[in-house]
Ligand binder design. Structure first.
Ligand code: DMJ
Length: 611
């Protein structure tokens, strides 16, 4: 017979309660036990189950670490490199990159074993002779051929493949590397066959033609001077040097009054003139700015045009693109776009922009910023051809010690880059965050805050520069209200939650450690390395991680070559006791390939028309 459910339920409850009463357990006991279990479950799901990497809460007082421990940490990075490289060798070599989840390979570029070539100098520095030898087979065997109708991406091939060959040559003097670099530089040269001499996006190596739109992004049209200048130096070929100097000449001739002396993001490749008003140090612009200073340093600081450009670029950034967040006073750099109401900041802060603190620290370390007369420069006169507002900005900068100012900017920015990692449950940094601004909160330009700080008696560290704790509030807001609260108090929301195994933050930590000697930069790098080990390691390599702002991060099937060429190299160098790549003797290209500082001889100067 079927009993109605309600009747059955009542019957069961009556039986259970009489049984409990019989055993001396009252209904109050049951309610209490029930409430306790709920509380324990809530605790479990909210705290204990959240097993993401947790940063030491007191990041301002790291326990001292002996030199031996740092050396051991550098060896742990070397083990990580070996893990990634062996996975690549096993499942992907001689293709370009490993897919670390499916254990397959992908040719994202030309199928010329880019991970192996990009990794050569890292292996050399780490003393990995066997791996280096095996990778060199790719260099010996290649003749850089491609099927017809395939185009070589100029920029990526220059910074990874040509850069990899050149720095391995600089470190070893092995002539096959110079020969291959010369061949590759020559095969890529049709890209420069344009009216301005700025390269197009790609090259058809079979037809020997350039390929791509007539509008190019700043990073792609102007991040090759270091590679082609050094290639010219070691081959003695004027045509390579000419390719490098054309970019500088175009920039010197460009009309930048509307852009405050900074290069915007898009350029007309025919006219060699700027095409838009988007000013950024992030995606599509970054390395072009980087190469201005680095080209100057690599050629032994003789080329005043590049120095002037670097000072104009940094002055515009310091005055117009750097802000302080309203609550935590995080220093950040953003981009500005032309809207209907004029040029306005987006308040996006990109992981890619985290190379800037390292660059500013390198500039502060190597340039006589507080005595520019020494190199024949009048700083404020650099703004003579700019708008009056920009001129005032230069005067504001000059009222500080410029070296201090650049270094403070570097320290504050690098700290925010680090905090974007430390704030997340995974300990990994998102690709883009958007900073709180507008509404009832006025935007705070860093230089305005700096002037207030000075007027009120320089109390405490400069704005945005003092050490800060990671975010201790709710790290994983679940609904719109919680997100709004976190945005309002943490000062940003995560706009793109991928950690792409990118190097920029650890690159800056490394430069700042070498420049200041302050061990906190090393500790912060160690925090990041541990998070990479915990979240990104797979059985065959390391994977890009999506959703770094949750307790359920998702690995993606990609391991870009720059993870080995840059991220692991900078971490290794950060923890090594010896300064393996002294910053006054070597200059890193944008893919972390060190090139030696060199001077042009009198004959070369005359033959190539360089300074
Ligand atoms: C690298 O290929 C280079 O550092 C480049 O200049 C920018 N993007 C990647 C790493 O994020």
């Amino acid at each position: 017979m079927n009993f109605p459910a309600k009747l059955l339920g009542n019957n069961v409850v009556t039986k259970a309660s009489s049984l409990l009463r019989h055993r001396g357990i009252s209904i109050r006991h049951v309610v209490f036990a029930f409430a306790l279990s709920i509380a324990l479950l809530v605790l479990y799901f909210n705290y204990f189950r959240r097993t993401g990497y947790s940063f030491p809460i007191d990041v301002m007082h790291y326990a001292p670490v002996t030199p031996e421990v740092w050396t051991d940490r550098s060896f742990q990075v070397r083990d990580a490199f070996l893990h990634a490289y062996h996975g690549y060798e096993r499942f992907a070599f001689p293709n370009d990159e490993l897919r670390p989840l499916s254990n397959t390979s992908i040719n994202n570029f030309n199928g010329w074993a880019v991970t192996a070539v990009d990794s050569l100098d890292t292996m050399h520095m780490m003393g990995l002779e066997q791996e280096y030898k095996r990778a060199m087979t790719a260099v010996h065997d290649t003749n850089f051929t491609l099927p017809a109708n395939t185009r070589v991406p100029f920029f990526e091939t220059v910074i990874r493949q040509l850069g990899g060959l050149l720095s391995a040559y600089a470190l070893t003097n092995d002539d096959i590397l110079r020969i291959r670099a010369d061949q590759l530089g020559t095969i890529l040269a049709p890209a420069f066959r344009t009216a301005s001499g700025f390269p197009k996006y790609g090259v058809n190596t079979v037809r020997g033609t350039s390929d791509g739109p007539l509008v190019g992004s700043l990073a792609e049209i102007a991040s090759y001077q270091m590679e082609y200048a050094y290639l010219g130096k070691i081959t003695g070929k004027k045509e390579h040097v000419d390719r490098a100097t054309t970019a500088t000449r175009n920039f010197v001739n460009a009309d930048l009054r509307q852009h405050g002396g900074m290069y915007p993001m898009f350029w007309n490749i025919s006219s060699g003139q700027a095409k838009d008003a988007h000013l950024s140090v992030g995606a599509a612009s970054d390395s072009a700015h980087e190469y201005i200073l680095k080209q100057y340093l690599m050629t032994a600081r003789k080329d005043k045009a590049n120095l002037e450009m670097y000072l104009r670029f940094t002055s515009h950034v310091l005055n117009n693109l750097m802000y302080i967040s309203p609550n935590r006073h995080l220093l950040y750099v953003t981009d500005s776009k032309l809207y209907r109401t004029g040029n306005r900041p987006t308040h996006n802060f990109e992981h890619l922009s985290c190379f800037l603190p390292g660059l500013l620290a390198l500039g502060a370390h190597t340039l006589p910023l507080n005595n520019l007369e020494e190199v024949g420069l009048n700083f404020t006169a650099l703004a003579d051809d700019l708008l009056p507002k920009q001129k005032l900005g230069y005067e504001a900068l000059a009222s500080f010690d410029l070296k201090d100012l650049h270094l403070w900017a570097a320290e504050g920015l690098a700290q925010t880059c680090y905090l974007t990692y430390a704030d997340q449950p995974t300990g990994l940094g998102p690709d883009i965050i958007n900073m709180l601004s507008g509404g009832s909160r006025p935007e705070i330009l860093w230089m305005d805050a700096m002037q207030d700080w000075r007027t009120s008696g320089r109390i405490g560290p400069p704005p945005g520069v003092g050490d800060k704790h990671p975010w201790v509030g709710d790290r994983t807001p679940r609904n719109a209200r919680e997100r709004e609260m976190a945005y309002a108090m943490r000062d940003y929301y995560v706009k793109n939650a991928d950690y792409q195994l990118r190097p920029e933050t650890v690159e800056s930590l490394y430069i700042l450690y070498r420049v200041t000697g302050d061990v906190k930069w090393r500790h912060r790098g160690w925090d990041i390395f541990q998070a990479i080990e915990k979240e990104a390691k797979t059985p065959s390599g390391y994977a890009i991680i999506d959703k770094v702002d949750t307790y359920n991060p998702q690995p993606l099937d990609a391991m870009p070559s720059f993870f080995l060429a840059e991220t692991l190299k900078y971490l290794y160098l950060l923890f090594q006791q010896d300064d393996l790549v002294p910053l006054d003797k070597w200059v890193f290209n944008t893919e972390a390939h060190p090139f030696p500082v060199f001077e042009w001889t009198e004959e070369e100067k005359e033959a190539y028309g360089v300074l």
